[in-house]
Design a protein. Structure first.
Length: 300
């Protein structure tokens, strides 16, 4: 053996099987903020109360239970948030009013996301004249003032839950069209879509199997934010007298009923306003959390 040759001894023992590898960096887990936790708790409580309102020990929302305009007081569940100008339980009316607000927000938002998502996906994938036509209709719908559209529908048609659902659904479709179209343009240029097209996959299969699963997280994360806006819109219509007709309670209608007593009995307005604020704030927090958690566009 020459001097230039060296004997390399292999390690023995527990370190014998170790090989030099790149350092493994654990994935960074974003802590869930306290606001997101509180938002989910509030939304869960409101949803459960609205669903099981009939079995809760609450007074009927359309019957007086005491003197008018009683201040909130302890000792009675029905009087916990006071009474309105007719002596009806504010807590009962807020719980039953949550049914209207949540139903309007969830139904109009879901229908709008499905219709707008489908149109936006088709526009972003096919492009050409189809894209131009859908964008023209979308721009025309966005150019029309939302409140004027809702007031026009409510004045021409009979104010009802169906009328409000139709009007609010029309308002949110353009937003979902733009979101779905923008994401489709990005995903349609990916390698897996090109590979599927090269292998002979039809446009329908590419849209439903390749692009749609990647759009659902973005649309789903945007849905709570849209629902929050729809709840505010429904409350605005009810405040103007164009919403759900009485005696069915709604948060906006309760604010409208108590506006004349704001100076002397502010709880009649502040209680339903607090329900709207906390629900809308919670939905925005949930949407922001879901967007950071599931939107792949923020990570790719």
């Amino acid at each position: 053996m020459t001097g230039a040759e060296h004997t390399i001894e292999k390690p023995v023992g527990p370190t014998a099987e170790r090989t030099p590898t790149e350092p493994v960096t654990p994935p960074v887990r974003q802590p869930r903020g306290i606001l997101a936790v509180l938002a989910y708790l509030w939304l869960g409580a409101v949803i459960l109360a609205a669903v099981f309102a009939d079995v809760l020990p609450l007074a009927p929302y359309d019957r007086p239970i005491g003197a008018p305009r009683l201040a909130p007081q302890l000792g009675s569940l029905d009087l916990l948030l006071g009474t309105d100008r007719l002596g009806r339980s504010m807590l009962s009316r807020c719980v039953y009013g949550a049914r209207v607000s949540l139903l309007v927000g969830a139904a109009a938002g879901t229908i709008g996301s499905m219709a707008g998502g489908a149109l936006g996906m088709v526009a972003g994938y096919l492009r050409g004249r189809t894209d131009s036509l859908i964008r023209l209709v979308t721009d025309a719908m966005l150019a029309f003032p939302p409140l004027i559209l809702l007031l026009a529908l409510a004045s021409v048609l009979t104010p009802s839950l169906r009328t409000i659902l139709v009007g609010l659904t029309l308002l949110v479709i353009p937003a979902f069209i733009r979101l779905a179209r923008a994401n489709t343009l990005a995903w349609a240029s990916r390698d897996f879509v090109t590979a599927a097209r090269t292998l002979g996959a039809t446009d329908r299969r590419i849209l439903t199997r390749e692009i749609l699963p990647n759009l659902i997280p973005s649309l789903g994360a945007f849905l709570p934010v849209v629902m929050a806006a729809l709840i505010v819109a429904e409350g605005s219509l009810s405040f103007l007298g164009m919403g759900i007709p009485p005696p069915t309670p709604s948060w906006g209608g309760m604010i409208s009923d108590g506006k004349d007593s704001l100076s002397g009995f502010p709880h009649i307005v502040f209680v339903p306003a607090a329900f709207i604020f906390l629900t809308v704030f919670s939905l925005n927090q949930a949407g922001d959390h879901l967007r950071h958690r599931f939107d792949r566009g923020l990570r790719d």
